[in-house]
Design a protein around this ligand. Structure first.
Ligand SMILES: Nc1ncnc2c1ncn2[C@@H]1O[C@H](COP(=O)(O)OP(=O)(O)OP(=O)(O)O)[C@@H](O)[C@H]1O
Length: 343
């Protein structure tokens, strides 16, 4: 079942400098239990889109359906009730700095009308879920960034949401803390069946945790689908660029074996299986007696499966390039031109 459906949603802001089309006819659906990534460069419209999912922003056009019901059809009061189903966490945590950790988590429970005792008990359970039971009486200022985000996650879970929206939730964190927060989100998704939508500008976040992804550019969704498909066969220039910039490599980049041959023909090879690509390349070099420059060789963990990518540069004026490409294709490798690639 679709948990969230975005149907022809557009959002226009009227500013003193003119109209800004933040979202243009966006369509997507997030299935129940998915971890769905929304990625794009700054200004692409990601935050606007995610804020439309709980009507913090009301779309100028189109509909937002949560489990088949349009948010636009609810009264203010019904909408407030619906929003309890949708938790949200942010880049800068948005904690109440004058309140202790446990009071921060109690806050939404008080709003729901829970007694102090009930709220406290539930908040302590949730702090246990996020691994912070022993910091219940600390103040946010005494916590690390990762711990603050854990408190924010516990607070977001307090209303037993079906959906958790994460707006750049790991962007202010170092890579190790990012990994631990992503692990926690994965656990929450698995153990509580909560559908998660993650906005990010980092492809490494998408490939580590998301099953599906939508790629946004200039207010539009330019590509969407399974993360594994988009990683192996990115179609839009934005996807290609985001994958190329993916800094969260799992292995140390190999150094090019020759100096980069500028202006040479380049191809990108993708391995979707665990097979090693090195022997194929080595055999090709032996067979054709032509130098080939490995500009990048990388293996990434995409949703738990090893995916290999290699960028090869052929020497300028090489005489047998077409035949070498043919050789690779015959051995079952997928290749595509990568002339825009610059190391
Ligand atoms: N309240 C607003 N009023 C006017 N323009 C806005 C408003 N909110 C967003 N915008 C504009 O809409 C466009 C999309 O912004 P949005 O914040 O959704 O992008 P984003 O992809 O989340 O970017 P970032 O990663 O930098 O947060 C931008 O041009 C932005 O300036």
């Amino acid at each position: 079942m679709s948990e969230i459906v975005i149907e022809n949603v557009s959002k226009t802001y009227n500013t003193k400098d003119g109209r800004i089309h933040a979202l243009k006819q966006v369509n997507l659906s997030v299935e129940t239990g998915d971890i769905y990534g929304i990625i794009g460069m700054s200004g692409a419209g990601k935050s606007t889109l995610v804020r439309c999912m709980n009507f913090l922003e009301v779309p100028s056009e189109g509909r937002v359906l949560i489990r088949g019901k349009s948010l636009g059809d609810y009264s203010e009061k019904e909408l407030r009730k619906q929003r309890e189903q949708i938790g949200m966490i942010f880049q800068h945590f948005n904690l109440l700095m004058q309140k202790t950790v446990v009071e921060n988590v109690c806050f939404p429970l008080y709003i729901q009308g829970k007694s102090k005792k009930e709220a406290r008990e539930r908040a302590e359970e949730l702090l246990d879920v996020v691994g912070l039971k022993d910091r219940a009486n600390a103040y946010p200022a005494q916590l690390s960034g990762g711990q603050k985000q854990r408190v924010a996650i516990a607070r977001a879970l307090a209303s037993d949401p079906r959906i958790l929206l994460c707006d750049e939730a790991t962007s202010a964190l170092d890579p190790q803390t990012t990994a631990s927060i992503l692990d926690l989100l994965k656990e929450i998704n698995k153990n509580f069946g909560i559908t998660i939508v993650i906005i990010t500008h980092q492809m490494s976040v998408v490939r580590k945790i998301c099953s599906h992804v939508a790629i946004m550019s200039d207010g539009e969704v330019v590509e969407q689908g399974l993360v594994t498909d988009i990683f192996t066969h990115p179609k839009s220039p934005v996807s290609k660029e985001l994958i190329r910039k993916d800094s969260g490599s799992d292995e140390k980049k190999q150094k090019p074996i020759y100096d980069e041959i500028r202006g040479s023909q380049k191809i990108r090879i993708v391995f979707s299986e665990n097979s090693a690509f090195e022997p194929v390349i080595a055999n090709m070099i032996l067979e054709f007696q032509q130098p080939v420059n490995i500009l990048k060789a990388d293996t990434k963990n995409v949703g738990g499966t090893a995916k290999g990518e290699m960028i090869l540069g052929f020497p300028e004026g090489g005489t047998r390039i077409r035949e070498m490409k043919e050789y690779l294709i015959q051995r079952g490798l997928e290749i595509e031109e990568a002339d825009g690639y610059v190391d």
